[in-house]
Structure formats: structure tokens, C-alpha cells
Design a binder for this molecule. Sequence first.
Ligand code: BG6
Length: 525
Amino acid sequence: MTDGSGEHPGLKAGVRIDHEPAVLDGCPAVELPDPCALVIFGASGDLTRRKLIPALYYLYQNDFLPPAFLILGTARTRMTDDAFRDALRGGTRSAHPEVFDEETWSAFSQKIFYHPLDYRDPASYRELFKRIEKCETGRRTGRNRIYYLAVPPTLYETIAEQLGESGLARQEKGYARIIIEKPFGRDLASARELNAHLHRYFQEDQIFRIDHYLGKETVQNILIFRFMNSIFEPVWNWRYIDHVQITAAETLGVENRAGYYEGAGVLRDMFQNHMMQLLALTAMEPPTYFNADRVRNEKIKIFRSLRPFDLDRLGETLVLGQYGPGEVDGEKLRGYREEPGVADDSITPTYAAACFFVDNWRWQGVPFYLRSGKRLPRRVTEIAIQFKAIPHLMLRAVTDESIAPNVLILRIQPDERIMIAFQTKKPGFKSCLRPVMMDFSYPDAAGGIALDSYERVLLDGMLGDPMLFVREEGVELTWSLLTPVLEMIENREMHFPLFSYPAGSSGPAEADSLLEHEEDHWRKL
Ligand code: BG6
């Protein structure tokens, strides 16, 4: 909030917020979205309480929201505006224990309203239409409307259709946008169907498909790091890079999400979206201009260049695992099949390691090893660029040490950093080598306000900037790559191997066999 001086408590001293973007170290700090109404479907659910409202509160507290703004929550549950506000307060408080304050909450919550809705009943949408108009009256939101679908994906088509039929998708006086979260279908056919259905009522530029990984600061930094420095690009290709490892390891198990996860598994849950986005950002060509279309065009080219899996030899490029019972720090952990809601004979993979190739000039012959899994020993998401070994060992007379090649690590989370491993001389008489790590910690150097992924994507949705959202074509291309694989591994008669690994371990040992060369190995988890 501004205190009248134009100064922001949350921003670096001296940063002022006006309607013109303020400038922070040469960077526009804040661009205010146009006034708008945000209608949240599924407003009585977990996502609204734990993520969306806390994110909006934080944006409000730091003056990222337009002055004319309102939130209308809608779901099946009947409740009053006040009951809804009360239900949201606790979630916001626990999401922001350090910055939550009652006064700000009380001002913010006056912008929140609630309206019960039967998702499948057209008459109910007519009532919703009236309620939206009523809320807008006197609030000058310019009839700009964003519909956020925080509901199970089975409702996406129904809600889009009802919004369309009731006239709520029309853009006569203001804009109408729809925001949806993954999964966008469960294979190529269903993704196409969903896209076609959405397009009956919304144009592609009205549809914002969230991949929350793209909202992470360090993921956004990949392109800045690659294309705003001249020293990395010349070596960012097959001549110098041996292989790339992309890891998204989680310590958590499936938690209470078996209902969704059993039908998804790690390939749909992490690979079709987050992992593919990380691969594309690592591999893409520099866009000629940093805008949504050009950046997304370059990513699309990567998706198009991905080599289809050879299904006859799938076992050589894909290893699947499922966590069994295990123990971490003396605590016994259930195996996946013992989790509530999971079938005793489930073949849903909770771990996958796969080798991808990008068939273009830059990446010819460079394997991209991707792995992701649940119940691994630590939480880490990173991209490791493994450079080639030196071509000639001048020290062979004095050392027979094997020389670890250079590696550049982009650590996405939890400790956001960029590291480069290289060789130095160990102090002393002999020419012995000492590998060292140059380490840049992102938070240590941070200035300004870091937005988390939901804050960022909500803000971009309001700004209408689709850069961090996924385009129809991208969704379909990644599904077209993975669908034949999914069909094969889910066909029980094909008996595609599913290796068990103890919860808390580094995943199935069989995954090591993916890395072709003897000297290569997965980075330690
Ligand atoms: C979600 C998946 O998209 O990403 C979850 O559905 C996964 O299964 C989560 O746990 C990981 O996100 P993050 O931000 O914690 O790495």
C-alpha cells in the first residue's frame, strides 16, 4: 500500500508507484493492470484458499493491483460474502505470516464477494451475470472480466460453454479472459478436444493456460542468463556440451491427490508440462524480440524438433519407477500402493527418467536426460549443462587423475543459484588439480520484490501478457510426443517395466543405465 508519499513499504527505499511504471535500477518495477473483475470458479476449494487469495492479497499489499478491482468467488456451496471472506482470512494469514496485517486484510476483503453457482445450470449463469454486473456497478472495472477456473478439469468444458452461452465470454465493452490450469487433457486427442471446445467460445488470445513453473523467477531467468550475456551462447551447442540433465525431484509423496494422480502419473503430471518447458527454455534459439509471440514461437520450434521415441526400444530411453515403502530419518514412509485411494496393483509411475534428443543443428547428438520423481531424498529442481571433457591432458606426466569436465548448474529451487564447476591448481609444489565451484546465489543479490509463481501469473493474466502461459500448439505438440509412450506403458499386456524404489531413495538404479557413456552419471540427489 502507498502511504500517501508514493513510497512502498515492500519495495526498495526510494521506489515510487505512480500510474507510470516506476524505475528500479533501470527496470520498470510496476506496471499496473487495467481495472478488472476476477471471477473465481471453485472458490470454496483449496487452491483458492491456499494460493489464489494469498497471492492476490500480496499483490494488493504491494500495490500491484489496479485501484478498481474486485474478486467474485463462485462455487456450489451456499454462503454469504462475509462467510466467504472469513473462510479466506486464515489461509492468507498462514501463507504470509510475516507480512499479513489486519488493516490491509480488512481493506482488501471489501473487494471480495461470493455467489453460489450450479456449474451445469444455464439459469444459474444468468444469475451470475446479474451478480457480476451488480458488483461492477460503481466500481469502474471497465467490464474487464477474468474467469479463473480453480475447478477439476472435468468442468472446464462445461464452464467455458456456459460462459459462452450466457454472453459472459463476449468482449463488447471490456475484455473477457479465461485462465485454466493443467492438466490440459490427458493425451493428444483429449487436449485437442478441449482446445476446440474452448475455441468455440473464446479466441486463443483470451485463453491463458497456466504452467506455474514458468512463473518461477529462476525459470524466467534462464532466458536472461542465456541471451543477455555474450559469453555463454558461443558454447551452448553440440560442439561444447556433452549432455544436459534436467531434474525435478520432490520429497513429498502423492499426499491426498491420489484421485487425480492415479490417472496421471509422473509423465502427465510433470513431463508434459514443467519438464518440457524447462527443456525448451534451455534449448531454444534466441528470440529476435522479447515478447510473448516470439518467445513462444522459439519454444514451439524445439517441441517440433524433439525426436519421437522409438517404441520398439523404449526401455533404452525411458525408465519408470514407483516408490515402495521406505524410511527417512527414522520415519517409516508408505509405499505408493499403500497410499489412500491408490489401487493395490497400480502401475502408475511416480518416477521417470528419459532421454530426449533435439533434432536440429545446434543440438545434434546431445542427449537431454530428464528425471522427475516423488519421494526422492531431497527437493531440488535444476538444469545441469555438462560440458565436454578437455581434448588433451597436458598434465599427464604428473597426474593420472580423471578430470571432471565443467558443469554449469541452473538451480531453480529450493536454493536459487547459478554455479559453474571448473578446475584450479591446488596450492602447493605439484601441479595437482582442485575442482571448485563458482556460486551465484539469486536471493543474495535480489533487489525489488520477488513475486512467487501464482502472484506472477495472476498479475500477467490481468496485464494480458501471455508470455508465461502455454499456447495451444505447445500443448498439442508435447502431447503428441508423449501420447504413444503413455499408450504403450499403460497397456498392461505390454508389460513395460516399472521399477520399485524405496521411498526416500534416489529412484530406481535402472535409471543410471540411461546415461550412455561410462563416465557420465546422474548428478547426485
Ligand atoms: C504440480 C504437480 O504441477 O507441480 C505436483 O501436479 C508437483 O505433483 C508440483 O508436486 C511441483 O511443483 P513445485 O513448484 O513444488 O516444484
